[in-house]
Design a binder for this molecule. Structure first.
Ligand code: GLY
Length: 368
């Protein structure tokens, strides 16, 4: 059982450390959007694969503003949010939820300014244009025939846009995407596939596949964490119990298959993994488990999911993962993973890992 007061102290220390790391990043490399570190350094010329991370820097700055209420962080958060505004019409990626929920949506929460909300809504409308009627899914950035589990983290912005505009077709698209993901990417044991491939002529589902996991039939940890978090969000927007069931099945799989410290390897099925940890999956899962604990209804289950989330956060705020005792390391959380097969961001800090870690820490501190 985690001592809550002690954990809050660790979370306060993590926030102080995050402020140091982020101030260094934005002062040393103004207007630069890093994705993953190389040997602990943010600035390098490593491949990006796709451009999905630009909201996580502004998002962390909003979380620091929320914590400190200091003008410095507010100004920087607004600045880095403005830098991504043009992406509201980006048709090339499936990541507009990542880009705008972390930035402009947070900004709107602080202001209630409708012109800021309009940007969030437009991003949701743009994302919906990826919908394939044949197959009933939002296509991934890779190809028309490709559905990614990651998109479950982005579909919430379409539900949001549907609510704000009372557009029934937007709601239909978001709903159908979730049902298709549930049917083809979520397995009976609660594990998930990274990708599903479809026949473009007929919409027929062909097979499961992966890019960042170990094998096509295995369980990529971050993908499952995206699903756990994303389906609990879909449940929050719709009240559809099928989505709550998926989030719970994902959570149960995560808990049953991960060591007691709460940090999985990159893929649960990979024997003798080259790297023992994927800390960003743990950070996403921790934040998602707290969300799940808030919507699950049953008090015992709520306590169970929250307790596991606190265990993860306790582990991540320890010096094995928090880079606080690693001189010269520029990220916040160590032992993350971007794309092991491509050799990108392996055993490094990753922007989304730091963002969801600070989001989870903010929940422990009572801000969210
Ligand atoms: N959404 C891309 C990733 O999780 O690496």
């Amino acid at each position: 059982m985690i001592d809550r007061a002690a954990l809050q102290e660790k979370c306060l220390r993590a926030m102080d450390f995050a402020a140091i790391q982020l101030r260094n990043l934005i002062e040393n490399h103004p207007d630069y959007f890093p994705m993953y570190t190389q040997n602990g350094q943010w600035k390098h010329s490593g491949e990006a694969w796709t451009n999905w991370c630009e909201g996580f820097l502004g998002g962390q700055l909003w979380l620091l503003y929320q914590h400190t209420e200091e003008d410095y962080w507010r100004e920087k958060a607004e600045h880095y949010s403005r830098l991504v505004e043009h992406r509201k019409t980006d048709r090339n990626v499936h990541d507009l939820g990542f880009l705008f929920w972390s930035t402009w949506r947070r900004w709107y929460e602080f202001t209630g300014d409708e012109s800021i909300n309009d940007v969030v809504v437009e991003a949701g409308q743009t994302l919906a244009k990826r919908f394939k009627e044949k197959g009933q899914y939002l296509r991934s950035f890779v190809a028309d025939e490709s559905l990614f589990i990651d998109i479950m983290m982005n579909v919430g912005i379409i539900f949001y846009a549907a609510d704000e505009t009372e557009d029934e077709d937007l709601f239909r698209i978001a709903m159908q995407h979730c049902l298709t993901s549930r049917r083809y990417l979520v397995r009976g044991d609660g594990s998930t596939s990274h990708e599903g491939l479809f026949n473009l002529e007929t919409g027929e589902f062909i097979r499961q596949s992966t890019h960042q996991g170990w094998r096509d039939d295995s369980s990529w940890a971050r993908g499952l964490a995206w699903s756990l978090y994303g389906f609990s969000t879909a449940y929050r927007f719709t009240g559809d119990p099928r989505f709550l069931q998926v989030s719970q099945a994902n959570a149960n799989f995560y808990i049953e298959n991960t060591p007691d410290h709460g940090v999985p390897q990159n893929d649960w099925e990979e024997e003798n993994p080259r790297n023992p940890y994927e800390s960003s999956a743990a950070a996403i899962a921790a934040s998602g488990l707290i969300n799940l604990s808030r919507v699950v209804g049953d008090p015992a289950l709520s306590r169970y999911y929250e307790a596991y989330a606190l265990q993860i956060i306790d582990t991540l705020t320890g010096s094995q993962f928090l880079a606080v005792d690693t001189p010269g390391w520029e990220g916040i959380l160590k032992h993350g993973m971007y794309h092991e097969r491509k050799g990108l961001g392996v055993n490094e800090s990753v922007m989304w890992g730091d963002y969801f870690f600070l989001e989870a820490v903010s929940k422990v501190l009572g801000y969210e």
